[in-house]
Design a protein around this ligand. Structure first.
Ligand code: AMP
Length: 282
Protein backbone atom coordinates (compact mmCIF):
# COMPACT_ATOMS: atom_id res chain seq x y z
CA UNK A 1 0.00 0.00 0.00
CA UNK A 2 1.26 3.47 -0.84
CA UNK A 3 0.41 6.27 1.57
CA UNK A 4 -0.07 9.77 0.16
CA UNK A 5 -0.46 12.87 2.28
CA UNK A 6 -0.30 15.46 -0.50
CA UNK A 7 -2.85 16.09 -3.21
CA UNK A 8 -0.43 16.73 -6.08
CA UNK A 9 1.51 13.50 -5.45
CA UNK A 10 -1.67 11.46 -5.30
CA UNK A 11 -3.01 13.07 -8.47
CA UNK A 12 0.24 12.34 -10.36
CA UNK A 13 0.15 8.71 -9.29
CA UNK A 14 -3.51 8.29 -10.27
CA UNK A 15 -2.84 9.91 -13.65
CA UNK A 16 -0.06 7.40 -14.39
CA UNK A 17 -2.23 4.44 -13.35
CA UNK A 18 -5.09 5.73 -15.49
CA UNK A 19 -2.74 6.02 -18.46
CA UNK A 20 -1.80 2.39 -17.86
CA UNK A 21 -5.49 1.50 -18.22
CA UNK A 22 -6.49 1.08 -14.57
CA UNK A 23 -9.98 1.95 -13.36
CA UNK A 24 -10.02 4.00 -10.17
CA UNK A 25 -12.19 2.89 -7.24
CA UNK A 26 -12.64 5.12 -4.21
CA UNK A 27 -13.72 4.48 -0.60
CA UNK A 28 -13.87 7.70 1.46
CA UNK A 29 -13.86 7.24 5.25
CA UNK A 30 -13.27 9.05 8.51
CA UNK A 31 -11.11 6.24 9.88
CA UNK A 32 -11.52 4.15 13.04
CA UNK A 33 -12.01 1.42 10.49
CA UNK A 34 -14.12 -1.70 11.03
CA UNK A 35 -15.38 -4.59 8.90
CA UNK A 36 -18.03 -2.31 7.30
CA UNK A 37 -15.33 -0.10 5.82
CA UNK A 38 -13.21 -3.11 4.86
CA UNK A 39 -16.15 -4.68 3.01
CA UNK A 40 -16.27 -1.54 0.82
CA UNK A 41 -12.55 -1.93 0.07
CA UNK A 42 -13.09 -5.59 -0.74
CA UNK A 43 -15.89 -4.83 -3.21
CA UNK A 44 -13.78 -2.08 -4.76
CA UNK A 45 -10.88 -4.50 -5.26
CA UNK A 46 -13.06 -7.39 -6.45
CA UNK A 47 -14.39 -5.08 -9.18
CA UNK A 48 -10.83 -4.81 -10.49
CA UNK A 49 -10.19 -1.18 -9.57
CA UNK A 50 -7.08 0.48 -8.26
CA UNK A 51 -8.39 0.78 -4.70
CA UNK A 52 -8.03 4.16 -3.00
CA UNK A 53 -9.17 4.69 0.56
CA UNK A 54 -9.13 8.11 2.18
CA UNK A 55 -9.14 8.82 5.90
CA UNK A 56 -10.10 12.36 6.84
CA UNK A 57 -12.21 13.40 9.81
CA UNK A 58 -14.02 16.25 8.13
CA UNK A 59 -14.63 19.11 10.56
CA UNK A 60 -17.30 20.79 8.39
CA UNK A 61 -19.80 17.92 8.69
CA UNK A 62 -19.96 17.91 12.50
CA UNK A 63 -22.81 20.08 13.71
CA UNK A 64 -21.87 19.16 17.30
CA UNK A 65 -18.27 20.19 18.21
CA UNK A 66 -18.19 17.64 21.06
CA UNK A 67 -18.92 14.85 18.56
CA UNK A 68 -15.96 16.05 16.45
CA UNK A 69 -13.59 16.22 19.44
CA UNK A 70 -14.58 12.74 20.58
CA UNK A 71 -14.51 11.12 17.14
CA UNK A 72 -12.26 8.03 17.51
CA UNK A 73 -8.85 8.12 15.80
CA UNK A 74 -6.96 4.81 15.40
CA UNK A 75 -4.69 5.55 12.49
CA UNK A 76 -2.01 2.91 13.09
CA UNK A 77 -4.57 0.15 13.38
CA UNK A 78 -6.34 1.52 10.28
CA UNK A 79 -3.12 1.36 8.24
CA UNK A 80 -2.57 -2.22 9.41
CA UNK A 81 -6.13 -3.26 8.46
CA UNK A 82 -5.99 -1.58 5.05
CA UNK A 83 -2.66 -3.14 4.24
CA UNK A 84 -3.92 -6.57 5.28
CA UNK A 85 -6.93 -6.10 2.99
CA UNK A 86 -4.65 -5.39 0.01
CA UNK A 87 -5.64 -1.74 -0.42
CA UNK A 88 -3.53 -0.07 -3.10
CA UNK A 89 -3.52 3.50 -1.84
CA UNK A 90 -4.29 5.32 1.39
CA UNK A 91 -4.86 9.05 1.12
CA UNK A 92 -4.31 10.70 4.49
CA UNK A 93 -4.56 14.44 3.96
CA UNK A 94 -4.28 17.25 6.49
CA UNK A 95 -7.06 19.81 6.86
CA UNK A 96 -4.91 22.27 4.85
CA UNK A 97 -4.64 19.86 1.91
CA UNK A 98 -8.42 19.49 1.72
CA UNK A 99 -9.34 23.08 2.52
CA UNK A 100 -6.36 25.20 1.36
CA UNK A 101 -8.46 28.36 1.64
CA UNK A 102 -9.86 27.46 5.06
CA UNK A 103 -13.36 26.28 5.91
CA UNK A 104 -15.24 29.56 5.79
CA UNK A 105 -17.10 30.65 2.69
CA UNK A 106 -17.19 27.15 1.18
CA UNK A 107 -19.71 26.40 -1.57
CA UNK A 108 -23.38 25.83 -0.73
CA UNK A 109 -25.12 22.94 -2.50
CA UNK A 110 -28.78 22.92 -3.50
CA UNK A 111 -29.93 19.65 -1.96
CA UNK A 112 -33.58 20.68 -1.68
CA UNK A 113 -36.02 18.39 0.16
CA UNK A 114 -33.30 15.84 1.01
CA UNK A 115 -31.65 18.29 3.38
CA UNK A 116 -34.83 19.18 5.24
CA UNK A 117 -35.65 15.71 6.57
CA UNK A 118 -34.22 13.06 8.92
CA UNK A 119 -30.45 13.61 9.30
CA UNK A 120 -30.75 16.93 7.49
CA UNK A 121 -33.35 18.14 9.97
CA UNK A 122 -31.64 16.87 13.12
CA UNK A 123 -28.08 17.74 12.10
CA UNK A 124 -28.31 21.18 10.48
CA UNK A 125 -25.45 21.82 8.06
CA UNK A 126 -24.28 18.20 8.19
CA UNK A 127 -24.98 17.39 4.54
CA UNK A 128 -23.45 20.67 3.36
CA UNK A 129 -20.29 19.52 5.15
CA UNK A 130 -20.53 16.08 3.55
CA UNK A 131 -20.85 17.70 0.11
CA UNK A 132 -17.98 20.10 0.77
CA UNK A 133 -15.54 17.32 1.62
CA UNK A 134 -16.84 14.93 -1.03
CA UNK A 135 -16.59 17.65 -3.68
CA UNK A 136 -12.91 18.17 -2.78
CA UNK A 137 -12.13 14.45 -2.59
CA UNK A 138 -13.97 13.60 -5.83
CA UNK A 139 -12.16 16.33 -7.75
CA UNK A 140 -8.82 15.03 -6.45
CA UNK A 141 -9.43 11.33 -7.09
CA UNK A 142 -11.89 11.54 -10.03
CA UNK A 143 -12.92 7.93 -9.41
CA UNK A 144 -14.58 5.71 -12.00
CA UNK A 145 -16.35 3.93 -9.13
CA UNK A 146 -17.36 5.20 -5.70
CA UNK A 147 -18.24 2.79 -2.87
CA UNK A 148 -20.32 3.94 0.09
CA UNK A 149 -22.40 2.18 2.77
CA UNK A 150 -26.17 1.80 2.86
CA UNK A 151 -25.78 2.21 6.63
CA UNK A 152 -25.84 5.94 5.81
CA UNK A 153 -28.88 5.68 3.56
CA UNK A 154 -29.63 9.38 3.23
CA UNK A 155 -25.93 10.19 2.75
CA UNK A 156 -25.89 7.83 -0.25
CA UNK A 157 -28.75 9.83 -1.77
CA UNK A 158 -27.01 13.14 -1.02
CA UNK A 159 -23.74 12.01 -2.63
CA UNK A 160 -25.58 10.69 -5.71
CA UNK A 161 -27.16 14.12 -6.01
CA UNK A 162 -23.76 15.78 -5.53
CA UNK A 163 -22.36 13.73 -8.44
CA UNK A 164 -25.13 15.17 -10.60
CA UNK A 165 -24.58 18.73 -9.33
CA UNK A 166 -20.84 18.69 -10.06
CA UNK A 167 -21.31 16.69 -13.26
CA UNK A 168 -19.12 13.66 -12.57
CA UNK A 169 -19.74 10.38 -14.36
CA UNK A 170 -18.53 8.31 -11.39
CA UNK A 171 -20.58 5.13 -10.89
CA UNK A 172 -22.07 5.07 -7.39
CA UNK A 173 -22.23 1.78 -5.48
CA UNK A 174 -24.32 1.55 -2.30
CA UNK A 175 -22.99 -1.47 -0.37
CA UNK A 176 -24.92 -3.49 2.23
CA UNK A 177 -24.62 -2.71 5.94
CA UNK A 178 -22.20 -4.95 7.81
CA UNK A 179 -23.45 -5.93 11.28
CA UNK A 180 -22.05 -7.37 14.49
CA UNK A 181 -23.19 -10.91 15.32
CA UNK A 182 -26.12 -9.58 17.40
CA UNK A 183 -27.28 -7.30 14.57
CA UNK A 184 -25.84 -3.94 15.65
CA UNK A 185 -24.68 -2.03 12.59
CA UNK A 186 -20.92 -1.57 12.72
CA UNK A 187 -19.96 2.03 13.33
CA UNK A 188 -16.85 3.88 14.45
CA UNK A 189 -19.02 5.47 17.14
CA UNK A 190 -19.74 2.03 18.70
CA UNK A 191 -16.28 2.21 20.30
CA UNK A 192 -17.60 5.04 22.50
CA UNK A 193 -20.26 2.78 24.07
CA UNK A 194 -19.60 1.30 27.51
CA UNK A 195 -20.41 -2.33 28.23
CA UNK A 196 -24.07 -1.88 29.20
CA UNK A 197 -24.68 0.68 26.43
CA UNK A 198 -23.20 -1.79 23.94
CA UNK A 199 -25.70 -4.43 25.08
CA UNK A 200 -28.60 -1.97 24.78
CA UNK A 201 -27.44 -0.65 21.41
CA UNK A 202 -28.79 -3.72 19.62
CA UNK A 203 -32.31 -2.43 20.36
CA UNK A 204 -32.04 -0.26 17.22
CA UNK A 205 -31.62 -3.37 15.07
CA UNK A 206 -34.36 -5.18 17.00
CA UNK A 207 -36.71 -2.22 16.47
CA UNK A 208 -36.01 -2.19 12.73
CA UNK A 209 -36.63 -5.94 12.62
CA UNK A 210 -39.90 -5.41 14.55
CA UNK A 211 -41.01 -2.87 11.94
CA UNK A 212 -40.13 -5.20 9.08
CA UNK A 213 -42.01 -8.08 10.64
CA UNK A 214 -45.12 -6.12 11.60
CA UNK A 215 -45.69 -3.60 8.82
CA UNK A 216 -49.17 -3.96 7.30
CA UNK A 217 -51.10 -2.06 4.68
CA UNK A 218 -52.83 1.03 6.13
CA UNK A 219 -52.06 3.57 8.87
CA UNK A 220 -48.53 3.20 10.30
CA UNK A 221 -48.83 5.50 13.33
CA UNK A 222 -49.52 2.74 15.90
CA UNK A 223 -46.64 0.62 14.61
CA UNK A 224 -44.26 3.59 14.74
CA UNK A 225 -45.37 4.45 18.26
CA UNK A 226 -44.66 0.91 19.45
CA UNK A 227 -41.26 1.07 17.79
CA UNK A 228 -40.40 4.36 19.51
CA UNK A 229 -41.41 2.85 22.85
CA UNK A 230 -39.10 -0.13 22.35
CA UNK A 231 -36.22 2.35 22.16
CA UNK A 232 -37.37 4.59 25.00
CA UNK A 233 -37.73 1.54 27.30
CA UNK A 234 -34.05 0.83 26.73
CA UNK A 235 -32.94 4.33 27.66
CA UNK A 236 -32.67 5.82 24.17
CA UNK A 237 -33.45 9.44 23.40
CA UNK A 238 -35.06 9.20 19.99
CA UNK A 239 -34.42 11.75 17.22
CA UNK A 240 -36.62 9.91 14.75
CA UNK A 241 -38.20 6.58 13.86
CA UNK A 242 -39.64 6.89 10.36
CA UNK A 243 -40.89 4.83 7.50
CA UNK A 244 -40.18 6.49 4.17
CA UNK A 245 -40.33 5.87 0.45
CA UNK A 246 -37.15 3.97 -0.40
CA UNK A 247 -36.43 6.08 -3.49
CA UNK A 248 -37.42 9.60 -2.38
CA UNK A 249 -37.32 9.39 1.44
CA UNK A 250 -40.73 11.07 1.64
CA UNK A 251 -42.53 10.04 4.83
CA UNK A 252 -45.07 7.25 4.45
CA UNK A 253 -47.92 7.49 7.01
CA UNK A 254 -50.34 5.23 5.15
CA UNK A 255 -48.80 2.23 3.38
CA UNK A 256 -50.48 0.80 0.29
CA UNK A 257 -48.79 -2.57 0.74
CA UNK A 258 -46.79 -2.20 -2.50
CA UNK A 259 -44.64 0.91 -2.21
CA UNK A 260 -40.91 0.25 -1.57
CA UNK A 261 -40.28 1.52 1.94
CA UNK A 262 -37.33 1.87 4.30
CA UNK A 263 -37.36 2.33 8.08
CA UNK A 264 -34.81 4.77 9.48
CA UNK A 265 -33.82 5.37 13.09
CA UNK A 266 -31.56 7.90 14.82
CA UNK A 267 -31.29 7.84 18.59
CA UNK A 268 -28.93 8.78 21.39
CA UNK A 269 -27.71 6.29 23.94
CA UNK A 270 -26.53 8.86 26.50
CA UNK A 271 -23.73 10.75 24.70
CA UNK A 272 -23.53 8.59 21.58
CA UNK A 273 -25.80 9.10 18.59
CA UNK A 274 -26.45 5.98 16.50
CA UNK A 275 -28.24 5.62 13.16
CA UNK A 276 -29.42 2.60 11.22
CA UNK A 277 -32.00 1.64 8.61
CA UNK A 278 -33.64 -1.38 7.01
CA UNK A 279 -35.56 -1.92 3.81
CA UNK A 280 -39.02 -3.16 4.87
CA UNK A 281 -40.45 -3.87 1.46
CA UNK A 282 -39.64 -5.61 -0.81
P1 AMP B 1 -17.48 6.82 7.97
O1 AMP B 1 -16.04 6.51 8.23
O2 AMP B 1 -18.38 6.52 9.10
O3 AMP B 1 -17.66 8.19 7.37
O4 AMP B 1 -17.94 5.80 6.84
C1 AMP B 1 -17.23 5.67 5.63
C2 AMP B 1 -18.05 4.81 4.70
O5 AMP B 1 -18.26 3.54 5.29
C3 AMP B 1 -19.45 5.40 4.43
O6 AMP B 1 -19.75 5.19 3.07
C4 AMP B 1 -20.33 4.59 5.34
O7 AMP B 1 -21.66 4.49 4.89
C5 AMP B 1 -19.63 3.23 5.27
N1 AMP B 1 -20.00 2.42 6.44
C6 AMP B 1 -19.98 2.78 7.74
N2 AMP B 1 -20.43 1.78 8.51
C7 AMP B 1 -20.76 0.76 7.68
C8 AMP B 1 -21.30 -0.56 7.88
N3 AMP B 1 -21.58 -1.02 9.07
N4 AMP B 1 -21.51 -1.32 6.79
C9 AMP B 1 -21.21 -0.87 5.54
N5 AMP B 1 -20.71 0.36 5.30
C10 AMP B 1 -20.48 1.16 6.35
Amino acid sequence: MILFKHVHELKNYIASERLAGRKIGFVPTMGALHQGHLALIETCRENGNLSICSIFVNPTQFNDPKDFQKYPVTIEKDIYLLEKKGTDILFLPSKEEIYPGGTTGLRHYELGFLETILEGKFRPGHFQGVCQVMDQLLRIVEPDHLYMGQKDYQQCMVVKKLLQIIGLKTVFHACPTVRESDGLAMSSRNTRLNESERINAVTIFKTLSYLKKNIRQGDLSGLLNNAKNLLIEKDFKVDYVEIADAETLETVNEWNGKQNVVALIAAFLHEVRLIDNMLLHP
